[in-house]
Design a protein around this ligand. Structure first.
Ligand code: AMP
Length: 332
């Protein structure tokens, strides 16, 4: 069975875009592959979170992913810092990563611009840690977005360099995971872009929002003056509302509104009311489940421990072989 590795940023507060663009794919992957999903808390230290914030975010993200259906029995859902072998391999791999190539990484260049007064060494060697996250489990497949392709390429470079240096074929070359079908892009509510946390308070529909807030956000979503002619092409705003409907509403409901749009009888107020109702039907039970899981310290602790054990089993196997290959051989 192929091994898949994917990281999760420890910024809690998931929205519909995260669910349909990432979590849903994880749910499918855990059924079909040997999956390692980790909450990247070591990576997040580059931004210097306070200890309390860091702990809270990791907890929230863990609760959210569990509540949404990641099953500790089906996949290894773990916290990166629970696996010290990752930090050990990171130390070794840093010896074979060169300053020039790290400085050329797109993400480093971007961070140098966006956080000028915190250009720390962890940012520079971020691609090494990312590579290690993947190599430690000798992953075959990594689900990546367009912006992550360079990191995967660097992972292959570091793995191959290690293999070449020690005349071995120890690390396999991980490939980008391609989903069958198109990747879903969930639009935001405030305009043409995709739903995101940074899109302002009214752009994203968060699982943590209460019913009133969600309802209000959807009712406030941008529309246009309405179709003026039969079968008129849709504006981006209206198309976005239909795209959202496709995620949460029944097919016949969508068809009814499509027909109304085509013959110019549509009332956007009704469309948004329906969308709000269907979104709430989808979100409310998940939101309640997140609250339950987050309050269930015993379940969280058991889940994190199971994940840690699964991840360490695989990581220890890798690191022991790496030590041998490198020449760290015991005298006792
Ligand atoms: P973020 O932490 O906000 O970068 O999101 C984590 C992951 O959620 C991304 O890597 C995407 O896979 C997914 N995602 C976020 N926003 C959207 C969106 N609007 N549509 C589809 N997928 C999204």
């Amino acid at each position: 069975m192929k091994t898949v590795v994917s990281g999760i940023r420890p910024t809690g507060n998931l929205h519909l875009g995260n669910y349909f663009g990432a979590v849903k794919n994880f749910l499918q992957m855990q059924e079909e592959y040997n999956c390692y999903f980790f909450i990247a808390d070591i990576h997040s230290l580059t931004t210097h979170p306070t200890p309390a914030d860091l702990h809270q975010s990791v907890k929230t993200v863990l609760a959210e992913y569990l509540a949404m259906g990641l099953d500790p029995e089906k996949c290894a859902l773990f916290i990166q810092s629970d696996v010290p072998e990752i930090s050990e391999l990171y130390t070794y791999m840093n010896m074979n990563a060169y300053l020039g190539e790290l400085e050329r990484s797109a993400s480093f260049k971007e961070k140098v611009q966006t956080q000028r007064n915190n250009v720390n060494a962890g940012l520079l060697t971020y691609p090494v840690l990312m590579a290690v996250d993947i190599l430690i489990h000798k992953a075959d497949l990594v689900p990546v977005g367009k912006d992550q392709e360079q990191h995967l390429e660097m992972t292959r470079t570091f793995g191959n360099r290690f293999n070449h240096m020690y005349n071995t074929n120890f690390f396999p070359e991980p490939q980008a995971f391609s989903f069958t079908g198109d990747l879903v892009k969930v639009p935001g509510l405030t305009g043409s872009g995709k739903m995101s946390k940074s899109g302002g308070a009214n752009d994203a529909i968060f699982f943590s929002d209460d019913d009133k807030v969600t309802h209000k956000k959807i009712m406030r979503a941008k529309t246009d003056e309405g179709p003026k002619a039969m079968n008129q092409e849709m504006s981006t705003e209206i198309n976005n509302l239909f795209d959202l409907m496709h995620l949460v509403s029944e097919q016949d409901v969508i068809e009814t509104f499509r027909k109304q749009y085509a013959d110019c009888t549509i009332r956007y107020g009704d469309l948004k009311k329906q969308l709000a109702e269907d979104t709430l039907k989808f979100i409310a039970p998940v939101r309640e489940r997140i609250k339950e899981v987050e309050a269930d310290t015993e379940y969280l602790s058991r889940a994190a421990k199971t994940g840690m054990e699964k991840a360490r089993e695989s990581a220890i196997k890798t690191i022991e072989e790496v030590r041998q290959i490198i020449g760290f051989r015991k005298f006792y």
